[in-house]
Design a binder for this molecule. Structure first.
Ligand code: PRP
Length: 206
C-alpha cells in the first residue's frame, strides 16, 4: 500500500478554503467536488489502457481506451456523497456501489447500515470516497466488505486523513492505495481530525 498526499497547488489552495470555519454549505459542496476531481486525476494515472480502432474524420484511426471493466466508485454514506459529482465529472459512466456506515460517537466503532454493490465488482477497481479518514475504523470495515465481495484492487480518496488512522489502515490492508489532499496533525480526544474540517457530513448535508 502507498499513501499519496496530493499536494498540487490547486489542491492546497482549495483545501485551505474548505477548512474555513464559517464556510457555506454551497461552498463546502463545491470545493469537496473540485478537490475530488483533482484526486481522481492523480489516482487513476496508472489505469491500464489498450489500443482500439475507430472511424475518425479521415478514416480509421488507432486510439487508446481504458482496458477491461471500468472502475466502480464507492461513496461511504453520508459524507462520501459530497465527492460523488466530482468523480462522475471525470468518469461519467462509472458504476456506483453504495456503502452506508456511520461512526458510533461513543465507541468510535463503525456501524454498517446499507450495502449495494455494483455487478461484477470483482472485475473492477473500487474507488472509495470519504472526506475524512479519522480513526480508520470506517475505512477498514469498508475494505473488509469489498474484499469479501471479491474486489482485488482498491483505492481510497480522502480530503483529509489523520496519521493515526492511516497507520491502522496500512497495518490492516497493506495492498490498498490512499490518495488524500492532506495528512493532518492528529486526532483529538473525541476522534476528530485536527486541524481537519469539522463534521464534513453536517457541512455537506446542511
Ligand atoms: C465520518 C466520515 C467517515 C468516518 C471517519 O462519517 O465521513 O465516514 O466518520 O471516521 P473513522 O475513520 O474514525 O471511522 P460519520 O460517521 O460522521 O457519518 P456521516 O458521513 O453520516 O456524517
Amino acid at each position: 500500500m502507498a499513501v499519496y498526499v496530493v499536494d498540487h497547488p490547486l489542491v492546497k489552495h482549495k483545501l485551505g478554503r474548505i477548512r474555513e470555519a464559517n464556510i457555506s454549505v454551497a461552498e463546502f459542496r463545491a470545493l469537496s467536488n473540485e478537490i475530488c476531481r483533482l484526486l481522481t486525476y492523480e489516482a487513476t494515472k496508472n489505469l491500464e489502457t489498450e489500443k482500439c480502432t475507430i472511424e475518425g474524420w479521415a478514416g480509421s484511426v488507432e486510439v487508446d481506451q481504458i482496458k477491461g471493466k471500468k472502475a466502480t466508485v464507492v461513496p461511504i454514506l453520508r459524507a462520501g456523497i459530497g465527492m460523488l459529482d466530482g468523480i462522475m465529472d471525470m468518469i461519467p459512466g462509472v458504476k456506483v456501489s453504495v456503502v452506508g456506515m456511520f461512526r458510533n460517537e461513543e465507541t468510535l466503532e463503525p456501524e454498517e447500515y446499507y450495502v449495494k454493490l455494483a455487478k461484477n465488482i470483482e472485475e473492477r477497481t473500487a474507488i472509495i470516497l470519504d472526506p475524512m479518514l479519522a480513526t480508520g475504523g470506517t475505512l477498514i470495515a469498508t475494505i473488509d466488505l469489498l474484499k469479501k465481495a471479491g474486489c482485488k484492487r482498491i483505492i481510497g480518496l480522502f480530503l483529509v486523513a489523520a496519521p493515526e488512522g492511516v497507520e491502522r489502515v496500512v497495518a490492516a490492508h497493506p495492498d490498498v492505495d490512499i490518495y488524500t489532499a492532506s495528512v493532518d496533525e492528529r486526532l483529538n480526544e473525541h476522534g476528530y481530525i485536527l486541524p481537519g474540517l469539522g463534521d464534513a457530513g453536517d457541512k455537506i448535508f446542511g
